[in-house]
Every structure is written in C-alpha cells, then in structure tokens.
Write a protein that binds this ligand. Structure first.
Ligand code: NAD
Length: 341
C-alpha cells in the first residue's frame, strides 16, 4: 500500500470513521475518499484535502461510486447508537446489512485488495452476559448465536458475509468487534449517544445549571469496558494490516460498573450528584468485558489508554460543546436524522 493509493472510508461523517480519516491523513495518505449519508454540513469532522461524498450507501449504485478505484476500503457506515437507539430501531439497524453487502460486492467489482468491517461486541451470546461481574467474552462466545436483537444480528451476519467474500472472491477482509468506543468527536446528545458521552453531558449540565441530580439508566450495576478512540484507531490499522482472518475483539479490558463510570466523571467535574435510577430505561446486558487473549497473541498489543485519562479528554471536549451549544455557536457536533421515526 503506497500513500498514493486510493483509500475509502465510509461513515466518515460520524465519530470513529471521521477520526480514522484524520488519522490516515496524519499517516500521509493523500487520496482519501470519505463517504457518509449525511449532508456535509452535519459531518462531525471534514477535511478540505479529502474527497468528501454525501451518498446513501443503502443504494447499490452509490456503493459503486464509493468503491471505484479503491485499493483499501474501511466500511464503518451503519445506523447505530447507544442502547436507547438500538432497542427502539431494530429494523433500521438491520438494514445496515445493505451497506456492507453492497460495499463488499462493489469492492470485488472494482478490485479492492483490503476491506475492513467494524463489527461489535453486540454479536455476543446474551446468555454469556447475565452476570454483573463483567464476564470476559472470547471470540468463540458469539456462538451458539444469540446476538443483541436487531443491531447485533446484523453485525453477526455481516461478519459472515466478510468471511465468505474472502473465501469465495479472495477479498482480503478483516473484521474487528469494537467494544464501546468513546472520545472527542463522538455523538454526545440527540438520542444516539453512548454511556460515557451521555454521563459526561449530564454531569456538565448539572454543574452548569446547579441542579445537582443525575438520571442513570438501570441500576447502575451493569458493567462494561470503554475504549478510547486513539486505541481504537491504532487497533483498526493493526488489524487491517495483520494476518488475522476471523473477527477479533478490539476493546479495553478495564471494566467498570456504570456507577463507577459516574464516580469517575463526577471526580473530573469536582462535584457529587444525587443519583436517580430509571429502572424502565434501556440498559442492555448485565455485564460485558473484552477478553484480549487473542489480540495480544496476534499483535502483541491491546488497547491500554486508562479510562480516567480518556474520560478527562472527553469531558473537556463535551464541556466545550455544551458551552458552544448554549451560545448557539458554530461547530457543535449534532445529530442529523437519517431516519424518519
Ligand atoms: P456514528 O453513528 O458516529 O457513525 C456512523 C456513520 O454512518 C454516521 O455518520 C451515519 O450517518 C453513517 N451512515 C449510516 N447509514 C448510512 C448510509 N446508508 N450511507 C452512508 N452512511 C451512513 O457511529 P460510530 O460510533 O462512529 O460507529 C462506527 C462503526 O463502528 C459502526 O459500524 C458501528 O456499528 C461500529 N461500532 C461502534 C461502537 C461504538 O462504541 N461507537 C461499538 C461497536 C461497533
């Protein structure tokens, strides 16, 4: 792969793929095509020296426009969000199968050599995530299949599609199962935000309004691990360039409960809030952590940025976003409604 080869990143108007475009630019790639369904004004990050295309990849002809001439394709486009979004939009989440299927077909048609697909920890069997003790999920724990309804099943199916395109068409597909990614430039309000951003925002709003309360979804005992964006980007590059044929975990193994996550954010903000637990809100599985045995064996590496450090940066960024929103200033990362519901 030379720095003059064409690289395509889909979902580039969003959090991770937008940050990936920034990282590829920093690594010296000069021909980057960034694609997203959102109008350009809604992209979280956008760069003038990149070919930015606003295209709906649910349409096959648009996938072909996106893939034409590409040597490497990073397919991160998907309809996704936190539990509040995926529990209420299962059909919409499953429709992302069109994006991956047609991007794979277009990659083969135009002779791409490498193809990355962003899968998710939501593929794991729900029965293995009933304990609040943050069970470590190994790659084999996706089977027998009992994925997160809607979003998780789409990811599992698309993983297999990647495998069969590799076997049948020789496309060099690589699949990472992301465990909760957070950091600056992530969705932080509007309904699709995930726990770290939502908690940072709620703590900041409580601080700014002096209303010292916070609403927490569920009991707060649910456990998760959270991977800082820089670790995610490094892992994506390492996996794309590796010999790892099967889907592999890409996540931090530093698990915390949601209550501990709130403790950390309160510590950064320098306040304590009264906690109100909404037991009817979507809460997902009880416990989940990333077993990193395989990634350490293959890459001699695993995500290692401490949660405290990543949260400090994320909190500072969301704080600035909150202030900019209050002033009605430009540059606020906001959601664009890609679905009508
Ligand atoms: P994001 O919502 O910020 O980015 C996804 C982007 O895909 C959005 O900008 C959206 O507009 C775009 N998109 C949706 N439908 C499209 C279409 N039809 N055509 C073109 N673009 C379309 O989400 P993210 O957090 O950056 O996630 C990126 C990828 O990583 C997704 O595939 C997601 O499922 C996966 N993932 C993310 C996490 C996480 O914690 N953020 C965890 C597991 C997996």
């Amino acid at each position: 792969m030379s720095h003059n080869d064409q690289v395509v990143v889909t979902g580039a108007g969003g959090f991770i793929a937008g940050s990936l475009v920034a990282a590829l630019r920093n690594h010296g790639y000069r021909r980057i095509r960034a694609v997203d369904i959102k109008p350009l004004a809604y992209w979280y990050q956008r760069f003038d020296d990149v070919e930015n295309l606003s295209l709906d990849l649910n349409e096959k002809e648009n996938c072909e426009i996106a893939a034409r001439g590409a040597r490497e394709i990073y397919n991160l486009a998907a309809n996704m969000g936190g539990m509040g979004f995926i529990e209420k939009n299962k059909a919409v989440c499953m429709l992302s199968v069109l994006i991956n299927t047609q991007m794979l077909q277009s990659a083969v048609k135009y002779g791409a050599t490498r193809y990355f697909y962003s899968s998710s920890a939501c593929v794991y069997n729900g029965d293995k995530q009933k304990s609040f003790e943050a069970p470590l999920l190994k790659e084999e724990d996706a089977y027998p299949a009992l994925a997160e309804d809607g979003y998780g099943w789409e990811k599992l199916f698309s993983e297999r599609m990647c495998r069969h395109f590799r076997e049948d068409f020789g496309l060099y597909t690589r699949v990472a199962r992301f465990h909760n990614v957070y950091g600056p430039w992530g969705t932080w309000f509007g309904g699709r935000e995930k726990a770290p951003a939502a908690i940072c925002r709620k703590v900041i709003e409580a601080k700014l309004t002096a209303k010292h309360e916070i609403e927490i979804w569920g009991t707060g005992h649910q456990t998760r691990s959270f991977m800082y964006i820089d670790d995610c980007l490094e892992g994506v590059q390492k996996i794309m360039n590796s010999e790892i044929l099967e889907p592999i975990n890409l996540g931090s193994s530093e698990a915390v409960s949601i209550n501990q996550l709130v403790d950390l954010v309160e510590g950064i903000a320098g306040i304590r809030l009264e906690r109100k637990y909404d037991l009817d809100a979507p809460r997902g599985v009880n416990g989940r952590n990333s077993d990193n045995t395989l990634i350490k064996r293959y890459l001699n590496w695993e995500p290692s940025i401490p949660l405290q450090m990543g949260l400090e940066k994320t909190y500072a960024w969301i704080y600035d976003q909150c202030l900019a929103r209050e002033k009605g200033a430009a540059g606020v990362v906001r959601e664009f409604a890609t679905i009508s519901s």
